[in-house]
Write a protein that binds this ligand. Structure first.
Ligand SMILES: NC(=O)c1ccc[n+]([C@@H]2O[C@H](COP(=O)([O-])OP(=O)(O)OC[C@H]3O[C@@H](n4cnc5c(N)ncnc54)[C@H](O)[C@@H]3O)[C@@H](O)[C@H]2O)c1
Length: 226
């Protein structure tokens, strides 16, 4: 079976009703990103950060995977598919994809602020005073700006195996996620789906840009690959 690696960003979940990160003025749901997604923001105002992710978690439980998530599951009928997502939602899981790596953590998990090995399932709010089994405050299991990306090495190894790379709904502005594309073998076909594609054609030998939203863009890729 040929191997397909799919890199997804916030854009694939937009049609499910989850806002992307740079929808308006660099704000994420009205917040300065550094206030809610950085260690500095956490130290400044833990309640604000917990509330922000509590709202995101609540919203996530109200939305469903869209056609793009579902079509990626159908790819598995003919290909070995690995999804590497920047998203913290669980919409790939709920659609039924088999192999998913979350680069930036998961909204439906919490973890200890002191022992990062203590990770818990979390479908409700995290509040000040909620602690791990070692009595340390819990925080969202999210990789914030400026923090290490523990799944990066795994993601690089997966990307190196790709016979075909598909990139969907990412501004290619968040590093190191955006650098994964550099690890593909020479001449690997790349399909890039985004209504506002931020990729330079001259840099990649075998790049097809599909400047559409995820659902119709992935539909076009399916027609090309089946
Ligand atoms: N759903 C989520 O889990 C979620 C949502 C917002 C932000 N984030 C986090 O914020 C960071 C944002 O980086 P990013 O590059 O993923 O997102 P981004 O917000 O920087 O870029 C989103 C991209 O999606 C595109 N887009 C908008 N609507 C689309 C649609 N219907 N179909 C396809 N593409 C569409 C935009 O043109 C843009 O290029 C990530 O690290 C991620 O963890 C996650």
């Amino acid at each position: 079976m040929q191997k397909i690696v799919v890199l997804t960003g916030a854009g694939i979940s937009a049609e499910s009703g989850i806002k992307t990160f740079r929808d308006a003025d660099g704000l994420w749901e009205g917040h300065d990103i550094m206030e809610v997604a950085s260690p500095e923001g956490w130290h400044k105002n833990k309640t604000l950060v917990l509330d922000f992710y509590n709202q995101r978690r609540k919203q996530l439980l109200d939305v469903k995977p869209n056609k793009a998530h579902v079509l990626l599951v159908a790819l598995e009928k003919k290909y070995s598919v690995n999804i590497i997502t920047q998203n913290v939602d669980d919409l790939h899981e709920r659609a039924g994809s088999s192999n998913i790596t979350h680069l930036h953590g998961e909204l439906l998990k919490s973890r200890s602020t002191l022992n990062s090995n203590l990770v818990y399932d979390c479908t409700t709010n995290i509040n000040i005073g909620d602690t791990c089994e070692e009595n340390h405050q819990l925080r969202p299991h999210i990789v914030w700006f400026g923090e290490a990306v523990p799944m990066l090495d795994k993601a690089i190894e997966i990307t190196k195996t790709a016979d075909i790379l598909i990139i969907i709904g990412t501004s290619m502005q968040v590093y190191p996620a955006a650098s994964l594309v550099h690890y593909i073998k020479p001449n690997t076909p790349i399909y890039f789906v985004d209504p506002k594609p931020n990729i330079t054609k001259s840099k990649y030998a075998n790049l097809t840009i599909i400047a559409e939203k995820a659902s119709t863009g992935v539909e076009k890729i399916m027609a090309l690959l089946f």
